[in-house]
Design a binder for this molecule. Structure first.
Ligand code: SF4
Length: 280
């Protein structure tokens, strides 16, 4: 359903008007939900899902984000899934107005910038996040990222409150980004940004990949929490030539946590809870 733009939502900050000039981004959706992964699990977040990703993980459950889409879905009332469709790209001014409206009941604990890979919109975020801070100063800003674009994160680090960074294990994801992950972690530690690492594990996880994960975190800051997330098997193949990753055996997960806790103090195992409760 196409509807008129909601850019008429209250937006009185002159900084927003100045920043909006030619600032646009390709979105997938905006919605309110219970965070089902990572250190923020169980909290209520306002999700801004950006379009496009430069990785192709074997376990990806957001393949619809890989390329930019002509439209995006904007929830009108927090949690009611009363989406309306808007054309892409969206302006900074429209996006701020939609976020303000969705947070009208002040139910959210934080805003989640997710994707796709939100850092592919770093230039937009440089302009959007300062306006967001002024308009919604009580909402912390949390970034979910593949952790493979240190070149793009640096410019927005001062604008973030926390980061959930994926460590892509080659034996599970099919992606090999070790050097970029190491650089990304170093940057975040240098800038004193609150960060945790999440690694998706499956029946194909190798000990070499787990050891490399422990080494990289240890080299940056051993106190960075690591979350092992057993993969949620996908309902269908997303890569025709690659089998759907399966969940690891429970005894393997226990052994992996034991192994990693010898080098890192904080290693937790947390599955995707939003899928357990049937939430999108
Ligand atoms: S980084 Fe995220 S969105 Fe991109 S392919 Fe991997 S799982 Fe999918």
């Amino acid at each position: 359903m196409d509807t008129p733009s909601s850019s008429s939502a209250t937006l009185v900050n002159p900084a927003a008007s100045a920043a909006s000039t030619s600032a646009t981004a390709s979105l997938v959706e905006i919605f309110s939900a219970i965070q089902g992964e990572g250190m923020n699990i169980g909290t209520r977040q306002l999700f801004i899902r950006f379009g496009r990703c430069d990785l192709r993980c074997n376990f990806c459950d957001s393949a619809n984000t890989w390329t930019g889409q002509p439209t995006c879905d904007i929830e009108q009332t927090a949690g009611l899934r009363d989406f309306v469709t808007q054309p892409n790209p969206v302006s900074l001014e429209d996006l701020v107005g939609w976020v303000q409206r969705l947070d009208g009941d002040r139910v959210h604990d934080s805003i989640s910038l997710t994707g796709g890979e939100p850092l592919l919109h770093a230039k937009f975020l440089q302009r959007f996040l300062p306006v967001l801070r002024e308009e919604l100063p009580l909402l912390p800003i949390y970034l979910e990222t593949g952790g493979h674009r240190p070149d793009l994160v640096e410019s927005i680090l001062p604008l973030l409150d926390s980061i959930g960074m994926d460590m892509k294990l080659p034996s599970v994801s099919g992606e090999n980004r070790w050097d970029a992950h190491g650089e990304f972690l170093r940057l975040c530690v240098d800038k004193n940004v609150d960060i945790f690492v999440k690694a998706i594990v499956s029946d194909t996880t190798t000990l070499d990949d787990l050891d490399r994960t422990g080494e990289l975190i240890n080299a940056a800051d051993p106190n960075i929490p690591l979350i092992l997330q057993p993969v949620t098997p996908l309902p269908k193949l997303i890569k025709p030539d690659y089998p759907v990753p399966q969940a690891p055996a429970p005894e393997d997960v226990l052994a992996w946590q034991t192994r990693l806790k010898k080098v890192l103090p904080q290693v937790r195992v947390i599955p995707q809870s939003h899928k357990m409760i049937g939430q999108m």
